[in-house]
Design a protein around this ligand. Structure first.
Ligand code: BGC
Length: 529
């Protein structure tokens, strides 16, 4: 069989048709409901204790930190009270060895040191004043202490606005002694060890931060329904009716929360949707990836959707092809020239033969390169993957398979979005009554935000607003188009419903979102006092 046909055969293994999408939507909705009833379900449906979205008038200087997956970010955010803000931030890559450190102390003390460095650089006065008062024994003023929103993007069993126990690590992190511990307390202990003027005021999942930030900034009067991340990992948090969060209402040990809004943001932890594979597609590559991961059997949806995994799925598919002597992939006879210098060669040490060796950004490169001969794909294979003198046929085969993997990921993403949109009941709202959440009138989206909705003929009050962030939605060329195509294939949504869905890319929204939650958390404390 010619290489092109072999590639088509592998690509076809990643097809996820309309029937598959619709079955998965039904299962997602079933698991949403189940997760609201009790603990220990596939969709964790974690109550976040966040009961309102911001109204744009919030003011003040707050801090936030974000431990997400690849990077650790420290931000200070000045909210101007008119829906705008200014943000100062620093970002460091998390050293790989800390992701699998022996003790959680190693990771958390590293985080506290980054906060210290940030304060010294960007808030020198604040920091020095605090230090002086400590040394002279003068009273520390409460208003000098920064309230910090801690974005911690892993599943946490939240029991209060700034308290939550780590349920499990994801995205390649594995520090067993942290599981079951309150991650806010772990961070506060290291902050205190450095005598920093910082109080961890709120614990925030990145999806919740994205939802809050998007709602602060989004155009129109309709509150945002969903904050979604399609990055290293994937997850979503949405606004749920409080009376449906049965397990919280029943829980005698639940922390305090404001009941007056009748709503609560729920963190679905959809990365673990359908771990038992009732409806998720499953290829031999998915099976192999899972078996060799640090958490076999869990985050099964995430392992098919998010950036941490898509490159690895491609790698496994390519290696399987290479192992077949009948498949002419990366073979001389394909190089299309008789020049001996252009013999295709996979060099020793090529990342192709190393677990996680292919980065998901390569899938974006494959999708964007439509040049004759696929120059960019071939160059990247040469430069980053040590596979030299690749033929156009080889590049085309790689492109075909990579495209199919990404398309499946986008169609799976549509499953989660669709289930939440349908479940919210917002599709049934008559024109003019779509908003369930009070929202400010004046808005001013910050520069750099991109947004798209279905077409422009949708009345503002009928828009179903979604905030999204993460490298896949941001950089993969057709990700949103594929999502929209799948949404139209779901009868409850169809063409009309798909047009009402507006997806706004809230880049780095979680930094602002966490600061907003720290502010709201402070207000709850102030109000109670
Ligand atoms: C985590 C979520 C997080 C998502 C996106 C997942 O692996 O479990 O808590 O929101 O990644 O960062």
């Amino acid at each position: 069989m010619a290489l092109a046909e072999q590639a088509k055969r592998v690509a076809a293994e990643f097809e996820f048709d309309a029937d598959g999408v619709n079955k998965a939507v039904k299962e997602f909705m079933r698991e949403m409901d189940e997760g609201l009833q009790r603990e220990g379900t596939e969709l964790s449906q974690i109550p976040t204790y966040v009961t309102a979205v911001p109204n744009g008038t919030e003011k003040g200087l707050y801090m936030s930190v974000d431990l997400g997956g690849t990077n650790f970010r420290v931000c200070s955010v000045r909210l101007h009270g008119n829906t705008t803000f200014s943000l100062t931030q620093s970002k460091v890559a998390i050293p790989r060895e800390l992701m699998v450190a022996k003790t959680s102390k190693e990771l958390f003390s590293f985080l506290a040191k980054q906060i210290e460095a940030f304060l010294k650089t960007h808030h020198e006065d604040h920091y020095a004043g605090h230090l002086r008062r400590r040394q002279t024994g003068d009273a520390i003023k409460e208003e000098e202490i920064f309230s910090l929103g801690f974005t911690f993007s892993f599943p946490v069993n939240q029991v209060g606005i700034n308290k939550g126990m780590l349920m499990r690590w994801t995205k390649g992190f594995d520090i067993p002694d942290a599981v079951g511990k309150d991650v806010c307390a772990l961070l506060q202990a290291e902050i205190d060890a450095l005598h920093l003027p910082v109080r961890v005021a709120a614990l925030v999942n990145d999806t919740v931060g994205t939802l809050m930030a998007r709602s602060y900034q989004s155009p129109g009067k309709t509150g945002t329904l969903l904050g979604a991340i399609f990055g290293t990992g994937t997850n979503g948090a949405y606004v749920e009716k409080l009376n449906k969060v049965a397990k919280l209402i029943k829980n005698k040990d639940a922390g305090a929360y404001d009941k007056s809004t009748g709503e609560m943001v729920v963190n679905t932890e959809w990365g673990s949707f359908d771990n038992s594979l009732r409806t998720l597609p499953n290829t031999s590559y998915d099976i192999e990836l899972d078996a060799k991961s640090v958490n076999p059997g869990i985050q099964m949806f995430e392992k098919r959707v998010s950036g941490m995994f898509l490159g690895e799925i491609l790698r496994l598919a390519l290696v399987t092809l290479l192992e077949d002597p009948n498949v002419p992939l990366f073979r001389d006879e394909n190089s299309g020239t008789n020049d001996i210098h252009s013999t295709t060669q996979i060099h020793e040490g090529s990342p192709l033969f190393r677990q996680w060796g292919i980065d998901t950004s390569f899938l974006s490169i494959c999708a964007s390169d439509n040049s004759p001969g696929y120059k960019q794909i071939r160059q990247t294979l040469d430069r980053d993957y040590m596979i030299s003198a690749v033929s156009a046929e080889d590049a085309e085969a790689v492109k075909e398979i990579a495209g199919a993997i990404a398309k499946r990921a986008a169609r799976l993403s549509a499953v989660a979005i669709a289930a939440i949109v349908i479940d919210s009941g917002r599709l049934e709202k008559t024109p003019g009554a779509a908003a369930t959440t009070e929202k400010k009138a004046d808005v001013n989206p910050p520069r750099g935000d991109v947004e798209s909705s279905g077409r422009g003929d949708v009345a503002e009050e009928d828009v179903i607003d979604i905030g999204a962030d993460g490298s896949l939605v941001e950089f993969y060329p057709n990700f949103e188009d594929y999502i929209r195509e799948a949404l139209r294939e779901i009868p409850e949504i169809g063409e009309a419903g798909e047009k009402r869905v507006r997806i706004g890319i809230a880049k780095d929204g979680s930094g602002v979102g966490a600061a907003l939650i720290a502010l709201v958390a402070g207000r709850v404390v102030d109000d109670a006092a």
